[in-house]
Design a protein around this ligand. Structure first.
Ligand code: XMP
Length: 512
């Protein structure tokens, strides 16, 4: 299989580079640059190498570098930002610190690109690129030509085509760079010879083979939440090892309408041991009288582990614990953690509580949309594969205050009406997450001739790229009107509906 090797120097857009390469249907992996040697590059066998950006200055003593020989292996190299400077510095060029107002550039920058360079074929004389650098290349190494410049920076791009070495000071991977994806495509296809034939079906074949080799005839245990990642992991493992896989699905009773049954319908038909634990009452009794969001989260997290553990004990020792870890988690692990706003609970791995020998993570090299594609390639239903993110503590954090069976029933019905209406109107495609929240507020209303004193329901819908920030979605008024009518007419105990018009920050996406 053709592979591109991305050597990571700690830049903020590194995941995006990998994303872009895979969008060209060429497989790639991100490896730490600090570990790159001629031997392990050769062992990996890439058709090309991309050096990422990074926060350092190449001339500082402790800055990450690469053995010069890596540039001499005959493997095409594209250096981006720091990677470009490192290429220049290592091969005899000069990298200089830009003084104030000198050659440093941040953001959208008018750039002159040479259309004779294979990366910029067909580009206009002037393009917009995204820059983010303090240092600049004041002299390119011997054998290189300058293929791009800006008013402030003499080397926005350089190339030594005979040696298949290319460098760009800007970031082709971000959408603000005009034609950035075309540049990456030209590098991986025209320079590296990538055929662009990496498809999900191939991945299914190679991944199942790998899993079989690793697992042999041993046993694997997976906590199945019904979310996209654990579901796709379960389907893949089931293909590879059939009933050597046991999936435990803890139904905590906090799922959306019919969700537990849908999960059971899909997985009880597959070749695997599917165990559904109906623990609804157990969770409800633990949550009785509890109003504080963090306490609810903690109780659910702990109870989940207990239920899972009890079930796992019945199975006894397993060889592997499977987790639905995906590539962004892998790349990001090891970075400093941000302040805890909410204690997230994921029903993924529970390594402390289960008797197992090793972890297996069959999705660890895939991005989220690739995980969905993999699910589709294996024939999982689209309702499951396209599922929006759903928090581990489920509807408990969408019911403000105490969670009761009655409130769960109300919320489930209202939430289903809201989601169906958005989906029918095809409004959901641009919306990252959409759901209903049952507030703890009651207010006076009038229905028929009578006074009511019922709950206020909130509707929440946000657009977002990464769930770290989000904007409230501009759902048409007419649609909101229709939804509001349907909910009050069909769901008892709701007499008022509000639409949440706060972004994140200052609000969060979930209400608790
Ligand atoms: P917030 O509410 O923090 O949510 O803006 C950001 C994203 O994370 C999801 N979320 C969770 N996911 N376990 C999860 O697996 C949790 O405990 C949890 N809490 C929030 C939320 O749905 C949104 O997508």
């Amino acid at each position: 299989m053709q592979k591109v090797l991305i050597l990571d120097f700690g830049g903020q857009y590194n995941q995006l580079i990998a994303r872009r390469v895979r969008e060209c249907h060429v497989y790639c992996e991100v490896h730490p640059a600090s570990k790159a040697t001629v031997e392990n590059v050769r062992a990996f066998g890439p058709i090309g190498i991309i050096l990422t950006g990074g926060p350092n200055s190449v001339y500082a003593k402790s800055s990450p570098s690469l053995p010069k020989e890596i540039f001499e292996m005959g493997i095409p190299v594209l250096g981006i930002c720091y990677g470009c400077q490192l290429m220049a510095h290592t091969l005899g060029g000069v990298v200089t610190e830009a003084g104030e107002n000198d050659a440093r550039e941040y953001g959208r920058t008018v750039t002159h690109l040479d259309p004779n360079c294979i990366l910029f074929e067909g580009f206009p004389e002037e393009s917009i690129t995204w820059m983010s650098h303090g240092d600049y290349i004041s002299k390119v190494p011997e054998g290189f030509t300058v293929t791009g410049f800006t008013d402030a920076c003499p080397t926005a791009a350089m190339a030594a085509p005979a040696r298949k070495l290319y460098g760009v000071q800007f970031h082709p991977e971000v959408s603000h760079t005009d034609g950035g994806i075309r540049m990456i495509d030209a590098f991986v296809k025209q320079v590296c010879g990538g055929t662009g034939d990496w498809l999900m079906e191939d991945y299914v074949t190679s991944a199942t083979k790998e899993i079989r080799e690793k697992v042999g005839d041993q046993k694997v245990l997976l906590a199945l939440s019904g979310g996209v990642d654990s579901s796709v992991a379960a389907a893949l493992l089931s293909r590879a090892i059939g009933n050597q896989l046991t999936c435990i699905f803890v139904d905590h009773g906090l799922l959306r309408k019919d969700e537990g049954d849908q999960v059971e319908a899909v997985f009880s038909r597959m070749d695997l041991n599917f165990i559904r634990v109906n623990a609804q009452e157990r969770f409800l009794s633990k949550l009785a009288g509890v109003e504080e969001p963090e306490r609810k989260r903690k109780i659910i997290g702990e109870e989940f582990i207990r239920v899972f553990e009890a079930e796992a004990k019945k199975i006894g020792k397993v060889d592997f614990l499977a987790q639905g870890t995906i590539y962004p988690d892998v790349i990001e692990s090891g970075l400093g953690s941000a302040a805890v706003i909410k204690s997230h609970h994921n029903v993924g791995g529970l390594p402390d509580y289960v008797d197992f020998r090793e972890i297996i993570e069959p999705l660890r090299l895939l991005f989220k949309d690739e995980v969905r594609e993999l699910g589709r390639a294996m024939g999982l239903p689209s309702a499951l594969v396209n599922r929006q993110p759903f928090p581990g503590p489920g509807l408990a954090i969408r019911i403000i205050g105490e969670v009761t069976q009655e409130k769960l029933d109300i919320l489930r019905d209202a939430d289903a009406i809201f989601r169906n209406a958005l989906e029918e109107a095809h409004q959901n495609e641009s919306i990252g997450q959409y759901f209903a929240v049952l507030t703890n507020t009651r207010s006076v209303g009038v229905m028929g001739d009578g006074r009511t004193y019922d709950y206020t329901l909130a509707l929440r819908a946000v657009t977002t790229d990464d769930f770290m920030t989000a904007k409230w979605a501009r759902i048409p008024y007419e649609l909101l009107d229709k939804i509001s009518g349907e909910i009050v007419n069909h769901v008892p105990c709701i007499n008022r509906i509000v639409y949440d018009i706060t972004s994140k920050p200052p609000a969060t996406i979930e209400w608790e």
